[in-house]
Design a protein around this ligand. Structure first.
Ligand code: ASP
Length: 620
């Protein structure tokens, strides 16, 4: 049989039942072992790996010669017959391990230089090297597996949305500044000198416009760009599952998202129990200190402010007098913590902005705590009762402004859960967090900024508070969370121009400014805009969690490093002087673009939940 007549056999598909077949393999040499009489070449392709053997006694000399010169990562074509391996020769680690291919012919389709690292799942190559030689890194079966999963997830999301009547619509990459509150990536216009496009931070405004156009249900697996400081695992460009619905209630959004998330995670064997439980923002903050609680374990916080009011312990009194709060975390069975451990926990609390940490231990009926000197026995009892702290427990208390107190205790809660083995790693605990405040307030300037983005609708019953008490206005906004990770956020939008202008005013966006930047949306709202709402979820994050990856970079084919460079293409790179001239940019002009063209929403702080969360580090 000639090579042309034998169809190519995917290497990883061979099983015991294929014994006796003549096959043609095409793939990469994963490994060569030369035992003198026998030369083994492991052949790898997308489907997997199979062992081939060249037997000097039986194989044509030419093929043996070729096999002995084969090197890792050469691309080969091998013809041979499938033979069962003898007892004791089987490789239980390989799906193809029951057989091998006894080779009769080998041709090189391409030779490879010695790769800078071995293409194997277990690699000790640095991440820099892996990113520089990404084409080799992606050959590693473990990486390929992530992309097979990513493809399946995206496919399932599309299928669910398509079946539910969503239209996939592409929106522009070259656009103008969008409102997620991060810095824009700008692209100079050659035709309109001195003017700039911005790459979209999200398709937010376009999807709202599509609702005004009557599309009713839109979605897009959309690339978004945010020029944010790269912490940990953030990426400048990332992918969102973006959707918008006309005439929706929150329930419609929740139902749609739960349906595709359940299907998508099932691709990784992960169960998402529906309906996802719901928590109001306030509840989430009070119980867990965060708006993205990990519900795989309990460990709720308690508000101890009332219990310690009027007591003589200075840190408590000081916090309460200055409008702060006293919150506690009971760690069941935590009383065994050493002094050193308590110091570490205090340091951890401080990293999160808390002024300090007060601890109370109950051991052998004895209460020990630095707070003992400021609290009477009854007051201490009151504190223990209020937090249900009993024998063997540790109570961790932070007395501070609410922000740092909750942030610190939320971090300690996660740490205590890990330390005491309370995290059920087999579970994925999804939930919705609802009723976010519409605005946050910049502590320094006192200015209001949108907690999400400026098009988020207020709850009807809070609209009257817009001017009088903006801080109390709750938004029709929601986040979907799993295991302490925010997967996405969205809202029911403002669909009336008068309300939109009122919200702009609270945010300090003047009528002219609103018109200049979002005029097209305001116009659209004047021509019969249906009530609408939607959400966007981070696809990279979903894939990383589903794949059990520790880094977003393991589910993005060509990611950038934490300093924003692509080590393979070496982007960003210098361009030719002619290119700059053509764009009307010289060194100086490039350094300071016309201000009117590059501004982001000034009132939307880059640290608001929407922008910070979509790309929070997924490292766990
Ligand atoms: N555009 C928002 C974001 O990217 C999501 C939304 O409100 O739909 O965070």
């Amino acid at each position: 049989m000639t090579a042309a007549a034998t169809p190519r056999q995917p290497a990883g598909t061979l099983r015991g039942s294929d014994a006796g077949k003549t096959v043609l393999l095409k793939g990469w040499v994963a490994r060569r072992r030369d035992l003198g009489e026998l030369i083994f070449l492991d052949v790898r392709d997308r489907s997997g790996i199979v062992q081939t053997v060249f037997d000097r006694a039986r194989c044509p000399a030419e093929a043996v010669e070729a096999a002995s010169s084969a090197r890792s990562e050469d691309v080969v074509e091998i013809e041979g017959s499938v033979v069962p391996r003898g007892e004791g020769q089987r490789n239980a680690d390989l799906p193809t391990g029951e057989v091998e291919v006894v080779a009769a012919r080998l041709a090189f389709l391409a030779r490879s230089e010695t790769p800078p690292f071995t293409v194997e799942d277990r690699t000790n190559a640095t991440e820099e090297l892996r990113l520089e030689y990404r084409f080799l890194d992606l050959r590693r079966p473990a990486m390929l597996k992530n992309f097979v999963l990513r493809d399946e997830i995206a496919f399932r999301v599309r299928r669910v949305l398509h079946e539910r009547g969503f239209l996939e619509v592409e929106t522009p990459m070259l656009t103008r500044s969008t409102p997620e509150g991060a810095r824009d990536f700008l692209v100079p216009s050659r035709v309109h000198r001195g003017k700039w496009y911005a790459l979209p931070q999200s398709p937010q405004l376009f999807k709202q416009i599509l609702m005004v156009s009557g599309f009713e249900k839109y979605f897009q697996i959309a690339r978004c760009f945010r020029d944010e400081d790269l912490r940990a695992d953030r990426q400048f460009e990332f992918t969102q599952i973006d959707l918008e619905i006309s005439f929706p209630t929150e329930e419609d959004v929740f139902d749609t998202v739960e349906a595709f998330l359940a299907d998508a995670f099932a691709a990784a064997g992960i169960r998402a129990d529906r309906p996802f439980p719901r928590l109001k923002y306030r509840e989430a903050m009070d119980l867990y200190g965060t708006d993205r609680p990990d519900l795989r374990y309990g460990l709720p916080l308690t508000n101890l402010s009332d219990a310690v009011k009027g007591t003589g312990f200075v840190p408590f009194a000081r916090a309460l007098e200055s409008g702060g709060t006293v919150r506690g975390l009971r760690v069941p069975g935590g009383a065994a913590a050493s002094r050193k451990r308590l110091d570490e926990l205090a340091a951890r609390a401080k990293e999160h902005g808390a002024g300090g940490l007060v601890w109370v231990k109950v051991q052998g009926g004895e209460v020990s705590s630095p707070a003992k000197k400021g609290l009477s026995e009854t007051e201490m009892r009151g504190l223990l009762d209020a937090s249900s702290t009993g024998e063997g427990d540790l109570l961790l208390i932070v007395a501070d402004r609410e922000g740092p107190a909750l942030a610190a205790l939320s971090a300690l809660r996660a740490e205590a859960a890990r330390e005491h083995g309370l995290v059920d790693e087999t579970r994925h605990a999804f939930c919705w967090v609802t009723e976010f405040p519409l605005f946050g307030r910049d502590e320094e300037t006192g200015a209001w900024f949108p907690m999400n983005h400026p098009f988020t609708g207020p709850r009807e019953e809070d609209v009257d508070l817009l001017e009088s008490d903006p801080g109390r206005v709750r938004a029709r906004a929601y986040d979907v969370v799993v295991n302490g990770w925010e997967l996405g956020s969205g809202s029911i939008r403002i669909h009336r121009d008068d309300l939109q202008e009122r919200v702009f005013r609270v945010l300090g966006i003047s009528a002219e400014e609103g018109r200049e930047r979002f005029g097209f949306l305001l116009d659209a709202l004047r021509y019969g805009a249906p009530p609408h709402g939607g959400i966007a979820l981070g696809l990279d994050r979903i894939c990383a969690i589903a794949a059990g990856a520790t880094s977003l970079r393991d589910v993005i084919a060509f990611p950038k490093t934490s300093s924003g460079t692509d080590l393979m293409t070496k982007a960003p790179a210098r361009v030719l002087p002619e290119q700059l001239r053509e764009l009307g940019i010289d060194g100086k002009a490039a350094a300071s673009a016309p201000s009117g063209e590059r501004e982001a929403v000034p009132s939307a702080s880059a640290s608001t939940s929407a922008s910070a969360s979509s790309s929070d580090p997924p490292e766990r």
